[in-house]
Design a protein around this ligand. Sequence first.
Ligand code: PMP
Length: 428
Amino acid sequence: MQSYQEMTKEELCKEKESLEAAYKEWQKRGLSLNMARGKPSEEQLDLTMPMMDVLNSSADLHSEDGTDCRNYGGMDGIPEAKRFMAGMMGVNPENVLVYGNASLNIMYDTVSRSMTHGVMGSTPWCKLDKVKFLCPVPGYDRHFKVTEFFGIEMINIPMTAEGPDMDLVEQYVSEDAAVKGIWCVPKYSNPQGISYSDEVVKRFAALKPAAEDFRIFWDNAYVVHHLYEDDQDEILDILSECEKAGNPDMVYEFCSTSKISFAGGGVAALAASKANLEFIKKQFTVQTIGYDKVNQLRHVRYFKDMDGVKKQMMKQAAIMRPKFEMVEKVLSEELGGLEIGSWINPKGGYFICFESLEGCAKSIVAKAKEAGVTLTGAGAPFPYGKDPKDSVIRIAPSFPTMEDLKMAAEIFVVCVKLASVEKLLETK
Ligand code: PMP
């Protein structure tokens, strides 16, 4: 295909006309499709239905240490759930607290507690003039919403193919004591699907923060979310790397079964050093008399161990993979060679990240909306919703049916082409 970049004004005008005609045809169909949020599809959720049968009215609801899961108590999680969540994160069960149904909630709580009560004896962040967080971009919009909500200043850190730009991270963290944290999605990152290299993880573990209460917020949301059986990313365990580097307290790791079992009905956990956990438990005991141990038990009895999780994730992948591959096929067939955008084909996670020509993302998202396709808002993967280049669009292929997704992808590429032609014509 001829590159749009090489087209003359006349050629671009002609292309625009035919694209406008195609776009109008789509509009006429009055579709309502959605590629906005990374929700599991119904078919994926159905995979977990047998879990609902493992506990019934005749089930013994005692955990392995004799705790009656129907009652209060067992604050930090039943032992088998700690072991299960630890297995998922590749850490020691002693370093795990099991919470409720959502890891975002733990992250919010962690920031909130640091604001009001500090971190292991340091000054509460709310009493400081300035608190800053480093935000690898593009990143997860809800992370940025949490820090924005608490008035924390966010600093963009560009992502590379191996993880965040560590030269910049090291510089900020070691020079500025107002930098108290960094948001990380280390495996199959949201939205690019990038996994951090060993060198990046080691550089994280070896950081020398100016602030004693600096913490890495390691959101391992996609830890087992591979799309392929024979081509999977693995990353180093940050907790043990931090310990080896003499920084045992510098990291909080989060994870959940939201996209393994039920989104909103899963189990979430935090992993951290014992010193961190001791401090956190002081809040824990005020906040709750115990999370949902019945759900913890249900999950462990159903999945049993990591082998059970791996099997489930391959069933999930069998549903997800064709969707990813279909979107990637439409992108490469329709946009390959045009030089108007790039994308990463991820090996796991929930998203495909598309990068358009500068200044086109908002226009593409608006055009798609008018043709019946809802995409994640342009700018969402950036702090304050501001994409400095207005070029990143997050595509979430999981929820729609294959049929809907195909149409949505076809509409998307028409919108990309149209917005790009308009942009290029501005300079001709
Ligand atoms: N972290 C990341 C990176 C996510 O993409 C998501 C959800 N899509 C979450 C956390 C939310 O997880 P939970 O349901 O456990 O709150």
